[in-house]
Design a protein. Structure first.
Length: 118
């Protein structure tokens, strides 16, 4: 299989993360090596306030960050990134370089046409 020199420039790396507003860190996908006791437990509230952020990057630049939230009865409430919200993010056009680029990238990878017909 022949691989061109441009293939790293065509990769869009993405992820979303929850940032808790009580200064705690979500460590499910993170391993922390320390001299302290790794089994030490720090109590956290069950439903703490948090913000969900989605970001992407390529070899050339970053896309985002985009914050996922809905307006609840008491104000903005963070929400999980699902297919509907992700599709809504991809359809929004804010006319900045990153948004225009992501639409062109997804069309090139034949992803955006399938999202538009759903």
């Amino acid at each position: 299989m022949e691989v061109g020199n441009a293939w790293p420039w065509n990769i869009l790396w993405t992820d979303e993360a929850h940032f808790h507003l009580q200064c705690s860190v979500y460590t499910q996908n993170c391993k922390i090596w320390a001299r302290e006791n790794p089994f030490q437990i720090q109590p956290l509230p069950l439903h703490s306030q948090k913000v969900t952020v989605w970001c992407g990057f390529t070899a050339a630049f970053m896309v985002g960050p985009f914050f996922f939230e809905e307006i609840g009865l008491s104000g903005p409430v963070t929400c999980t990134v699902n297919g509907t919200r992700y599709k809504s993010l991809l359809r929004k056009q804010h006319c900045n370089r990153a948004d225009v680029w992501i639409a062109q990238f997804l069309r090139k990878m034949a992803i955006l046409p399938t999202l538009q017909h759903q």
